[in-house]
Design a protein around this ligand. Structure first.
Ligand code: GLU
Length: 316
């Protein structure tokens, strides 16, 4: 049997702080979706930004996931043939992919500073990201070489004037014209750090991931990733995006939301946390405690809402 015949899902958290309820819901859904079909779970630590994601945070995150009963078959502490499982140790793979894209003539250096990027009259996307105006795309090779003497450039991929559409497993059809809605996007920052978009594609392909489950805030990243899969000649996984969890006052959860973080949640039983989350996400009939294992019987994507989910005040 081919490896891809068995569903392979993954947790891909960035340990920049203690995981919060949104991260837990993401891991729970990814785990249930793949375990229900007898598949494998991989844990990959997305610590590209090593300054923000020190190893001690990753260790605590792994411990929190174990405490929740969300286990993995491949990844830190579990072995597996596709390691290392920390992105900070996989840069040679990202470099090889970058070279392949460069050979296709699709990569160019960008010298714009942050201030210049924001000052450019490019339209802003709904998600607050700036659409790159393409300023450095027009530099000649000689100009670029001259500028590179005083400033190391970021590297961007030329976004094609093309609509990329895909059927999300939960949110339905999603489409984006990359040139218009996104612009040429970053593959590597000027400080040498590889971009999430490139790393996630290289890793999901290398690890044989067949299903990516993640929050709807990453829906608009998917067309960029699909383009990269195509250019790199890699098979793309299925994508399933789920609605975001909002705090009781309607804001997106962040690692700063102490109430939603595991620091306060570890005082209770893991099943209490999972039972309440599953209730909010539509597949626990009441807010009663449930283990991840017990939720396997009730989980189905059809029960999960498509609109953002606000956590009622006082539930946790
Ligand atoms: N590392 C990303 C995050 O924690 C998730 C990336 C993904 O699931 O594709 O937001």
């Amino acid at each position: 049997m081919e490896r891809r015949d068995i569903p392979r899902g993954r947790f891909a958290p960035s340990p920049s702080g203690r995981i919060h309820l949104g991260n837990i819901l993401c891991c729970l859904l990814a785990w249930l979706s793949v375990r229900q079909r007898g598949g494998k779970v991989i844990l990959r630590v997305e610590d590209l930004d090593t300054a923000r994601c020190p190893r001690r945070y990753a260790a605590r995150m792994e411990e929190d996931l174990r405490w929740l009963g969300l286990d993995w078959d491949e990844g830190p502490g579990a072995g597996g043939s596709d390691g290392p499982y920390y992105q900070s140790e996989r840069t040679a793979l990202y470099q090889a992919a970058l070279e392949r894209l460069t050979d296709l003539g699709l990569v160019y250096p960008c010298f714009c500073t942050r201030a210049e990027l924001h000052a450019a009259s490019a339209p802003h996307r709904e998600d607050g990201q700036v659409v790159y105006a393409g300023t450095c795309r027009r530099l000649s090779a000689a100009e670029a070489a001259e500028r590179a003497k005083s400033r190391s450039p970021a590297l961007r991929l030329r976004a094609p004037e093309e609509e990329i559409a895909f059927a999300d497993g939960h949110m339905g059809l999603y489409r984006e014209n990359l040139a218009r809605d996104c612009g040429d996007f970053l593959l590597r920052r000027s400080d040498g750090m590889f971009a999430y978009q490139l790393a996630v594609v290289v890793d999901d392909a290398a690890m044989g991931v067949t299903e990516v489950v993640r929050g709807a805030d990453l829906l608009s990243s998917t067309p960029r990733q699909l383009l990269l899969y195509r250019l790199l000649g890699l098979p793309a996984p299925a994508f399933v995006h789920f609605p975001l969890l909002l705090s009781p006052d309607g804001r997106r959860l962040s690692k700063r939301d102490a109430d939603a973080g595991l620091d306060s949640l570890r005082g209770r039983a893991a099943a209490e946390v999972l039972g309440k989350l599953a209730y909010l996400a539509g597949f626990n009939p009441s807010a009663e405690p449930r283990t991840a294992e017990a939720l396997l019987a009730d989980f189905s994507w059809e029960k999960v809402p498509r609109e953002d989910i606000r956590i009622p005040a006082g539930l946790f």
